[in-house]
Design a protein around this ligand. Structure first.
Ligand SMILES: *Cc1c(COP(=O)(O)O)cnc(C)c1O
Length: 354
């Protein structure tokens, strides 16, 4: 069997949830959209079910998959209904839907609900992707609250820069949100992972934890200051090796030349497994727990690493990311973000650790 293994430590997931819930103080949604950021939505939701206040997914099919696998807690659809036909499913499966524009609002009110809906009404407080502008928010709120089709409205917004240093943008968004919500009662939800960790004033009725729930520092730190542990660990093995003389090329494009006599190990993992192809030479890996590095270009199914220490041999374990190599380190070397790498973990064999 190919030795590439994607371990999902569900025990860490639970610990991370409980920690973030303590930080946030109030209720906390576990964001499990995009197959729980590549970790497996059903497995993660089931592992959290007894402790989670609710879950969030992007769209209705993701929510139905959870309902069909025994998830009975609240589920929020972060993108809301994408087609009018989805209101019947939202109604049937008892889902909470975001309403972020006038079309969604009108379609929701036009639908003949069996039971009154719970709506998360989204404000665009500055990210300018979706949501009602602050000056239109009260009107949208009133239209929903005056309808007998709506039981409950949660006011929400989303931050553009909560994971960035000193932009002032988050403070500005909080102020815009609070100002536009004046006089509108009901629950509020504004914090994503970065905001709940860094801005206590974002702790409202519901937090929405994604990245930090999976144990990744949203500030892209290689060593986090928060009590979260990486849930996913990707490891494989060396399945071939050779010694190259100085000034010899390795791999596609001959992008790397040895400087000295070099033992090269070939690892069963490539970009088809979601390991970024643009990862440059010198990016860290850990062989039997000791840090080494990628050399040469990442291929589809394999990659080459420096075995400079003679103790490494065929069959030795290589951690691509997880405990020794933080995934933020890999993402930074590859010029991407951890979210993207996690979501691309679709091929490696899964092992769920309870
Ligand atoms: C994905 C998402 C989140 C979670 O964000 P993280 O940065 O992963 O914590 C929260 N809110 C909304 C609206 C989202 O789409």
């Amino acid at each position: 069997m190919r030795p590439l293994v994607c371990e999902i430590r569900l025990n860490y997931l639970r610990e991370n949830y409980l920690y973030l819930k303590k930080v946030h103080g109030n209720k906390l949604l576990a964001v499990v959209k995009a197959n729980a950021y590549g970790h497996g939505a059903v497995q993660c939701a089931q592992a959290l079910h007894d402790i989670a206040d609710g879950f969030a997914v992007a769209f209705v099919q993701e929510a139905i998959e959870l309902r069909e696998n025994g998830i009975t807690k609240p589920i929020v659809l972060l993108e809301g209904a994408l087609e009018t036909t989805e209101y019947a499913e939202i109604d049937k499966y008892d889902l909470w839907t975001v309403v972020h524009n006038q079309t969604q609002l009108e379609n929701l009110l036009a639908y003949n609900w069996q039971k009154p809906a719970t709506v998360w009404l989204k404000m665009d407080s500055g990210m300018h992707r979706v949501g009602f502008f602050p000056h239109n928010f009260a009107a949208a709120y009133t239209a929903l609250s005056q309808s007998n089709k709506v039981a409950n409205i949660v006011k929400m917004t989303h931050f553009a820069c909560a994971d960035e240093d000193e932009t002032g943008m988050t403070e500005m968004q909080i102020e815009a949100f609070d100002l536009a919500c004046e006089g509108l009662d009901g629950e509020e939800s504004i914090a994503n992972s970065a905001a709940m960790l860094r801005f206590p004033e974002t702790h409202r009725d519901w937090g929405r934890a994604g990245l930090a729930l999976y144990g990744i520092d949203p500030m892209s730190k290689f060593e986090t200051e928060y009590a979260i542990k990486p849930v996913m660990r990707l490891s494989s093995k060396i399945f071939s090796e050779r010694v190259l003389q100085p000034h010899e090329p390795i791999g596609y494009g001959a992008s790397f030349y040895t400087k000295r006599s070099t033992r090269v190990g070939v690892v069963a993992c490539g970009y088809a497994d979601g390991y970024p192809r643009c990862t440059p030479s010198d990016t860290p890996v850990a062989i039997n727990g000791a840090r080494s590095r990628v050399i040469g270009r990442v291929s589809m199914d394999m990659m080459t690493v420096d075995l400079h220490d003679n103790h490494f041999k065929i069959g030795d374990e290589v951690e691509l990311f997880g405990d020794v190599v933080n995934i933020n380190e890999l993402a930074s070397a590859a010029g991407t973000i951890t979210y993207e790498i996690l979501c691309n973990m679709k091929r490696a064999k899964r092992i769920y650790v309870k």
